[in-house]
Design a protein around this ligand. Structure first.
Ligand SMILES: Nc1ncnc2c1ncn2[C@@H]1O[C@H](COP(=O)(O)OP(=O)(O)O)[C@@H](O)[C@H]1O
Ligand SMILES: [Mg+2]
Length: 343
């Protein structure tokens, strides 16, 4: 009896997605512009399993930041979430909460560094004051403890903590601001953390060391992290799973190891070939051909990657390929799975 009830509890938890920190379903976001609506995120399903790092990758303009904002219910005009649900810890739908409830969750349960974080510090207040502001706005009682933890994080991130706390934004370099942004994402001890291009202003060596620290913190504190980058090389080492974004849709997802070893979407292969340290051959690195999706791309029927695809056929224009499972939660949205790229 005990056994079966445990099994039942587990099933119920799985159904509720309690082992999934973020379960986003059918997210659709548009930006209304004078030239028409841009469907920046379309029918996206995304799971962030608890205690794991998920990489979200795609060229600039593919909709990564918009998806992250949508998950936090923080899309602003001219953007609008048209539909979807975002279940947090099997418990609440982020898209149905009051503004006050959302504000509480952002910070306490979900920490984040938005892409614009480099410039999002208040220019008129010192970093230390801004940590106190954040603490007060989230009802932190032990403000001394908060500052102590901020210092610990800054030190781990390779900064002179006392100096940073006493600094204004303009006194910090771009790379320092990014580290400060990461500290802000972590300081309230949220279990879920979104890092959107948060190491891009750093040189390669600093980037590697900051990523290593993020990995350490993730393991220590069992964090759930979404690591967003236009550079597959940045996220591949750290992420258990990756999501490849193109023109507002996920075109491939699965275990990082498997996708790197055997990428199935021609776009994923292009991204990998463009990064020498991933493809393993510096001479063979080649930039992705064609231009990233623009307004016209979204109007196109069929596969949105068609214009740039080395293995396209006419029938790829007939309908939009769906994301389908090819094995063990490795999913691909391509009619030509298994076909080798031509030059
Ligand atoms: N404020 C905005 N107004 C109009 N279009 C926007 C706005 N923000 C983003 N977009 C458009 O939405 C698409 C996705 O953008 P974004 O989510 O920033 O992509 P990424 O983070 O992958 O670079 C792009 O086509 C971009 O031009
Ligand atoms: Mg972005």
């Amino acid at each position: 009896m005990a056994k079966s009830s445990i099994a039942n509890v587990k099933n119920v938890n799985e159904e509720n997605g309690a082992d999934i920190a973020i379960k986003a379903r059918q997210i659709n976001v548009v930006y209304s512009t004078p030239t028409g609506d841009i469907p920046a995120v379309r029918n996206v399903d995304l799971d962030l399993p608890k205690g794991s790092i998920t990489g979200i990758i795609g060229e600039s303009g593919s909709g990564k930041s918009t998806l992250i904002m949508a998950i936090m219910n923080a899309v602003t005009k001219p953007g609008k979430i048209l539909s979807g649900s975002v279940i947090l810890n099997g418990r609440v739908d982020m898209l149905k909460l009051s503004t006050e409830q959302q504000r509480n969750i952002r910070g306490n349960e979900i920490g984040f560094v938005f892409q614009a974080a480099q410039n999002s510090l208040n220019p008129l207040r010192r970093v230390g004051q801004q940590i106190l502001d954040l603490g007060r706005s989230h009802d932190v009682k032990d403000l001394r403890g908060l500052i102590k933890y901020a210092k610990e994080l800054l030190t781990r991130l390779g900064l002179d903590a006392d100096r940073v706390l006493a600094s204004y934004q303009h006194e910090l370099s771009g790379g320092m601001r990014q580290r400060v942004g990461i500290m802000f994402a972590l300081v309230l001890k949220a279990d879920i953390v979104f890092l959107d291009e948060s190491t891009t202003a750093l040189d390669m060596l600093s980037q590697a060391s900051v990523l290593e620290i993020i990995r350490e913190l993730q393991k220590e504190k069992h964090l759930t992290i979404a690591l967003v980058s236009h550079d597959i090389g940045v996220v591949a080492d750290l992420s258990e799973r990756i999501e490849i974004f193109y023109a507002g849709e996920i075109v491939e997802e699965g275990e990082t190891r498997k996708i790197l070893a055997d990428p199935q979407h021609p776009y994923t292969r292009g991204l990998i070939r463009a990064i020498p340290r991933i493809s393993g051959n510096i001479d063979a690195a080649e930039p992705l051909k064609g231009s990233p999706p623009d307004f016209k791309t979204y109007q196109q029927p069929g596969c949105l990657f068609y214009d740039r695809c080395p293995i396209r056929t006419d029938s790829c224009l007939k309908e939009r390929p769906k994301l389908v499972n090819i094995e063990d939660s490795h999913k691909v949205a391509c009619f030509r799975v298994g076909v080798h790229d031509r030059d």
